[in-house]
Design a protein around this ligand. Structure first.
Ligand code: NAI
Length: 337
């Protein structure tokens, strides 16, 4: 197929080219730096498929624009598909495929990295030592062993997180509509989300963004949390009511926040804005706290995950080209992940 790849970063190009070569140059790939949006739709002209990532826009207008240009397939090089209007795609006969599973360890390990960086003040210590200041005040952390970690969503990533924290000797509380036997076997106790918020020293989100989970962590949820709890989100920004999180940080209710995603990240992440003034005041405020660590949606960024993503994406496009369907097709009635 002729495939227009949108929002291309250097690593996308490297791994997609490699996977396509390994598949005998199965497809003709054209790499575009801009994201897919209403404005960049003309770039899809003459292509049968578009390959997109989490901050590309595939709403109804874009899907209709793609269909009008002869595009038959939207291949997400991601697991989440909350940025695609599936009903519009079905109506216009545009297939949507995704990468449902790729190294969940990449995101799970990054989640734990955020906690450890926060808890042991690695970023502060690093700067201090480089400045020749070897004082330790303000760098006190806590043992994760014996603490209660609350995991919301125990699918592939949440389960990998549970395994790591089990290794640390933490008590694990979990909340999921479909409890995992594997998580239970690790000793995870499934509870209502309210109890999870109330009893956890560390709360970490690993559920998909759906209408049901939108702003799952709101003012009421932060109010329920233990004083000084650490809150982690490596799933999707809109799971969290950002203004309520900032309030909980300002009041000292939250002891620390580690984020790899942000509600309005589409205007910020995956771009070099270092010579500009950040216009998002809430995000700018978040960056001022000494107990907040933010990374720019890099949880998936390991060699293993990038290779998995590229291979599955190329395979999905090949399946669709040959049979008009793919095992990784997203169905409108299925929940967003
Ligand atoms: P998964 O589909 O394996 O697991 C999601 C789990 O959430 C399932 O067990 C599901 O039952 C549960 N769930 C659904 N609705 C829920 C609710 N209302 N409350 C509690 N649990 C609920 O997905 P996976 O692979 O573990 O990914 C989780 C999320 O991580 C994705 O949806 C995506 O948003 C995010 N992600 C972030 C990445 C990053 O780079 N930061 C990379 C990949 C995924």
């Amino acid at each position: 197929m002729k495939v227009a790849v949108f929002g291309t970063q250097s690593y996308d190009k490297q791994y997609l080219k490699e996977a396509n070569e390994n598949a005998g140059d199965a497809h003709e790939l054209k790499f575009y730096k801009p994201n897919l949006t209403r404005d960049t739709l003309p770039l899809a002209e003459g292509y049968e498929a578009v390959c997109i990532f989490v901050n590309d826009v595939a709403d109804r207008e874009v899907i209709e624009g793609l269909a009008a240009r002869g595009v038959k397939l939207v291949a997400l090089r991601a697991a989440g598909f909350n940025n695609v209007d599936l009903d519009a795609a079905r109506e216009r006969g545009v297939g949507v495929v995704r990468v449902p599973a790729y190294s969940p360890y990449a995101v799970a390990e990054h989640t734990v990295a955020l906690l450890l960086a926060l808890n042991r003040k690695i970023y502060r210590a690093f700067n201090r030592v480089r400045d020749g200041n070897f004082l330790l005040d303000g760098l006190t952390g806590f043992d994760v062993r014996g603490k209660t970690v609350g995991i919301v969503g125990t699918g592939k990533i949440g389960l990998a997180v549970a395994r790591i924290f089990n290794g640390f000797g933490a008590r694990i509380l979990a909340h999921d509509k479909y409890p995992s036997e594997e998580a239970k076997a690790l000793g995870a106790e499934y509870v209502e989300v309210e109890r999870l918020f109330e009893e956890s020293d560390v709360v970490t989100l690993h559920c998909p963004l759906t209408p049901e989970t939108y702003h799952l962590a709101d003012a009421e949820a932060f109010e329920r949390m233990k004083d000084g709890a650490v809150f982690l989100n490596t799933s999707r920004g809109a799971l969290v009511e950002s203004s309520a999180m900032v309030d909980a940080l300002k009041s000292g209710k939250l002891g620390g926040v580690g984020l790899d995603v942000y509600e309005e990240e589409a205007d910020l992440f995956f771009k070099d804005l270092s010579d500009r003034v950040i216009q998002d005041d809430l995000f700018a405020r978040l960056l001022t706290f000494p107990n907040v660590v933010v990374t720019g949606h890099q949880g998936f960024l390991t060699v293993e995950a990038l290779r998995n993503i590229a291979e599955t994406t190329i395979g999905n496009i090949t399946d669709y080209e040959r049979t008009g369907k793919s095992g990784n097709e997203v169905q409108p009635q299925r929940e967003s992940a």
